[in-house]
Design a protein around this ligand. Structure first.
Ligand code: P6P
Length: 339
């Protein structure tokens, strides 16, 4: 019998020891974990499940939706809408917020999701994942509006992701560190495989889409040029590069062994602050990274201090090993960059 503790026991013991996890929040996290198990099962079927390929539609971002994008979104909605823990949901795959139907009790939390991040990798069997962020519904005996979601990342009460790779691993924070749970498929439950995750402050590994180099702002180009110069350059050490093109996979590598991940603003769409979404990609990942001792900025300020103005707004993302992120931020400050 495994001596590892289950996600349920972890959450029950946290609820007993401190007030980080009120009952409704514990239920929310267990329901999301159960939905991730269902999504993992669908992802693992691949071609055998008829779930690969495009759904023939576009999401609010104008991106082609994969069948699994829509399946994952539906799984998360159906799993969460009846439990009485949510006031509403927001998703990368839905233009508007999703209000809990009147036939179900309304709860005190707002759930924001990227149901299946990295979906361009689905059909080529590369790791993808689900990202989620939890906010409290503001006080007031009234209906839920989109503005209720527009809270900075520092207001999150829980955040996490589930990476569907060689293992299915759920990574979670409720504000007192980061824990990792691996899906035990024989038992059908997530079991604690790492607690108190810590990211090394230094790294030799950077993650960025190098094909965008000609579009970058000067501080980013300066940082990457120095990494490429290796031990012959000002950094006096060689670097390695990784780019999975699934934020969940790249962030999980950083949570596991350190590194810096960058999807910075670039000149291709000068009026957009970046590619990645603030509310349900950058904010949850930023909190996890900070809770593990790393840093997460948009080049100028903490991502979690950014005051959202739109539900699907984008942001420049630089996160990971603290000393490397601080260096990039310093280069922006020196350049007086306005990105
Ligand atoms: P590119 C996936 O579509 C995503 O939103 C992130 O998961 C990933 O880091 C990034 O976009 C990849 O973007 O431009 O390299 O394909």
């Amino acid at each position: 019998m495994s001596n590892r503790i289950s996600l349920t026991r972890y959450l029950v013991e946290k609820q007993r020891l401190d007030d980080h996890i009120p009952g409704q929040l514990r239920l929310l996290l267990e329901v999301v974990a159960r939905a991730c198990k269902t999504i993992s099962h669908a992802v693992n079927k691949g071609a055998l499940g008829g779930v690969l390929g495009s759904a023939g539609s576009e999401n609010v971002q104008g991106e082609v939706q994969k069948k699994l994008d829509i399946i994952a979104n539906e799984v998360l909605i159906e799993a969460n809408e009846w439990g009485g823990h949510l006031a509403a949901m927001a998703s990368e795959e839905m233009n508007n917020i999703y209000l809990i139907p009147n036939r179900y009790p309304r709860g005190e939390y707002l759930l924001l999701i990227d149901p299946l991040d990295g979906s361009s990798n689905i059909d080529v069997n590369v790791s993808i994942g689900t990202i989620f962020s939890v906010l409290r519904m503001p006080e007031g005996d009234r209906g839920v509006e989109e503005n209720d979601f527009l809270q900075p990342g520092k207001c999150q009460v829980a955040a996490g992701y589930c990476v569907y790779g060689p293992q299915t691993t759920l990574v979670l924070t409720v504000g007192d560190g980061v824990a990792m749970f691996t899906l035990d498929r024989e038992m059908g439950s997530f079991v604690l495989t790492q607690d108190a995750v810590q990211i090394p402050a230094d790294t030799r590994e950077f993650a960025i889409n190098m094909s965008n180099m000609r579009h970058w702002d000067a501080p980013v180009k300066r940082y990457i040029d120095e990494c490429l110069a290796g031990k012959d350059g000002p950094r006096a050490k060689d670097f390695n590069m990784r780019w999975v093109a699934s934020m969940v996979a790249d962030v999980h590598r950083i949570m596991t062994r350190g590194g810096i991940f960058m999807y910075p603003w670039d000149k291709r769409e000068p009026n957009k602050p970046g590619k990645l979404r603030l509310m349900y990609e950058a904010n949850p990942m930023a909190w996890l990274i900070e809770q593990a001792g790393g840093a997460a900025t948009n080049g100028r300020e903490r991502i979690m201090d950014v005051q959202p103005t739109q539900l699907h707004e984008r942001v420049s993302v630089i996160l990971g090993s603290r000393n490397e992120v601080d260096r990039v931020t310093q280069y922006h400050l020196e350049a007086g960059s306005a990105t």
